[in-house]
Design a protein around this ligand. Structure first.
Ligand SMILES: Nc1ncnc2c1ncn2[C@@H]1O[C@H](COP(=O)(O)OP(=O)(O)OP(=O)(O)O)[C@@H](O)[C@H]1O
Ligand SMILES: [Mg+2]
Length: 262
């Protein structure tokens, strides 16, 4: 990661109110190319609201968003996707009975012209799908394997590989590991590592400090719509991250029992 360069996305003092609910109360986060930036926080901390603001789903109530050095003004998420901001949701938009390659190219179908007719270009789609999945370390039985027969981790990888193939500069992953077992989690974390090494900026949302520590370059903890800043890898221990997620209660107790400031 090169922190000397300007951030890909700069979110500054972002506030988001839903009526009287203040979901974000002034959050600042920078995302750089080639980093995995972990966004941690308990339920209701504001993680999803924050990434939806980043990806053009919500307009911030207050605050500034810069994308590649310019003020970001996306009318809707499609603009954000066209600019290279891709989101992979935990509940993936995929059709289980359809093949991996059909799902890979859903909405971006490659067409082959035969006379006046246009057909889905199976050969091209199959070739690209096999190749892109292989790059992520997954050897499919075949491109026509149904998505429903893949494991949860493999499905996450299809969604990630697809976003990368279609030119994502920013990849937002909302809890990609929360429903997975140990081995599947390891596969997804290794995919994140590969993606980051290609220079894509990854936002990795998780509840799980161990998952974050395994791949994160920087860590931002959200707590009730606020953040206490961002820590670099090596600057913070897992226990400290856990405490921040819990609102620092442990630290306060420790402070009390030591009779001074910690
Ligand atoms: N559309 C909405 N309308 C009203 N309140 C909302 C809306 N979206 C989120 N909130 C509130 O904002 C706060 C933050 O929610 P958010 O979904 O961002 O949390 P989260 O960190 O993603 O939680 P989780 O870990 O459960 O996914 C919560 O109090 C939630 O109830
Ligand atoms: Mg959420």
């Amino acid at each position: 990661m090169d922190v000397q360069t300007a951030p890909l996305i700069r979110m500054k003092d972002i506030e988001k109110h839903f009526g009287s609910v203040i979901a974000l109360a002034g959050v600042s986060v920078d995302l750089f190319s080639g980093e995995c930036h972990c966004l941690l926080g308990d339920n209701g901390a504001g993680k999803s609201t924050f990434i939806k603001t980043m990806s053009g789903v919500y307009k911030p109530t207050k605050g500034e968003i810069m994308f590649e050095g310019r003020p970001m003004r996306f009318a809707d998420p499609r603009d954000a996707i066209a600019a290279g901001i891709a989101t992979v949701h935990q509940h993936l938009a995929m059709i289980p009975l359809m093949s991996v390659s059909r799902n890979f190219f859903m909405g971006n179908e490659p067409l082959r012209k035969i006379g006046p007719m246009k057909f889905f270009d199976h050969d091209f789609a199959n070739r690209v799908t096999m190749e892109e999945m292989r790059k992520m370390g997954i050897n499919l039985r075949g491109p026509d394997q149904a998505v429903g027969t893949l494991s949860g981790g493999e499905r996450q990888t299809v969604a990630i590989a697809r976003a990368v193939y279609f030119g994502a500069k920013v990849l937002i992953l909302d809890e990609p590991t929360s429903a997975l077992g140990v081995r599947q989690t390891a596969n997804v974390l290794s995919t994140i590592d590969k993606v980051r090494k290609q220079g894509i900026g990854v936002v990795f949302i998780t509840h799980n400090v161990r998952h974050a520590m395994a791949v994160g370059d920087r860590f931002t903890v959200l707590n009730r719509g606020k953040t206490m800043g961002t820590a670099l890898r090596g600057e913070i221990a897992a226990e400290e991250l856990q405490d921040l997620m819990a609102g620092g209660q442990e630290l306060v107790e420790l402070e009390g029992s030591l009779g001074g400031t910690v």
